[in-house]
Design a protein around this ligand. Structure first.
Ligand SMILES: C[S@@+](CC[C@H](N)C(=O)[O-])C[C@H]1O[C@@H](n2cnc3c(N)ncnc32)[C@H](O)[C@@H]1O
Length: 282
């Protein structure tokens, strides 16, 4: 995989694939970061392209985190498992989707869970990961003629290298616990990038299908409060919608507004650009 290609795990709702450069430009430089922390890792575009020297990554989506562990610990086995699944096959798609409701699901290894996530995500309608209120994957098969490549061996090996080079600690935890844990670490120059589920721009624009639990206004306030609390010891950059509520919530922070392509809207006429905010406690 060429070094200048943007790297990310997969397509992810709210993913920062196209904004990663602008975000990295606002972070301290790589050499000025002893420990990089990303508690809402999603598909990890900022992490993979920053290539920090030491990192903690986390998310509350257990399947996503199992995938990261598989890429870090067993990339070749993961590639073999992916190769064993037939390309663009509706029957395999259904079998993989339904696995979560079977008894064997709880005994699956990270390799099987990672292969399942990558297979479903690649072969799904609009290429996304979304779960319902019970935490079950609920996107249907991509019913068109495109043949997808769900293996992407080079990408897995490139991600493996970044994870290993950064001696990455991979957690599956709530952002509050991750920030508290990182505070207990000895490194001096800590930098945290936080990309939570966004404050809704309107009543109908709120994507909540990352995990079974919703991200509430109280969660948004807790996040802001932690960024104020650790201001002296941890440089934190937060992204969110750029709307009246967030401009006010982050009134004590440095703010920057960037225009980004709108990613999820079933009405194609409403897919223009929207404003995202970058909020920094430094
Ligand atoms: C906007 S996405 C992050 C996208 C990521 N920056 C990227 O480039 O792909 C938000 C992520 O937060 C995770 N999440 C939701 N609630 C959480 C919580 N309480 N603590 C930690 N992660 C959470 C979701 O699973 C989702 O992956």
């Amino acid at each position: 995989m060429k070094n200048n290609r943007t790297l990310s795990l997969c397509r992810w709702v709210g993913g920062k694939y196209s904004q990663q450069k602008e975000i990295i430009n606002e972070l301290p430089s790589r050499d000025d970061i002893d420990l990089y922390i990303e508690p809402f890792i999603g598909a990890g575009s900022v992490f993979f392209n920053l290539r920090p020297k030491k990192a903690i990554i986390s998310d509350t989506n257990p399947e996503l985190i199992a995938t990261y562990r598989a890429i870090k610990n067993s990339p070749l086995e993961l590639i073999e498992k992916l190769k064993s699944l037939p390309n663009s096959c509706p029957k395999t798609f259904s079998e993989q989707k339904d696995l979560q409701e079977s008894d064997e699901f709880h005994n699956l290894k990270d390799i099987d869970r990672g292969a399942r996530l990558l297979y479903l995500q690649n072969n799904s309608f609009a290429g996304i990961w979304r779960v319902n209120k019970s935490g079950l994957y609920d996107v249907s098969f991509r019913n068109d003629d495109t043949k997808t490549n769900h293996v992407r061996q080079e990408r897995i090996l490139a991600m493996h290298k970044v994870l290993i080079d950064a001696n990455t600690k991979i957690l599956c935890a709530d952002f509050r616990d991750v920030i508290k844990y990182s505070h207990s670490q000895p490194e001096v120059k800590k930098v945290t990038f936080l990309d939570p589920p966004y404050y809704p721009r309107s009543k109908t624009s709120n994507f909540t299908g990352y995990t079974a639990n919703k991200f509430t206004t109280d969660d948004q306030i807790d996040l802001r409060n932690l960024a104020l609390k650790y201001k002296q010891t941890n440089k934190m950059l937060i992204t969110n919608s750029y709307i009246d509520q967030t401009i006010e919530l982050y009134a004590d922070f440095n703010q920057k507004c960037i225009g980004v392509p709108r990613s999820v809207n079933s009405d194609t006429k409403k897919r223009g650009k929207v404003n995202d905010g970058i909020f920094m406690n430094y």
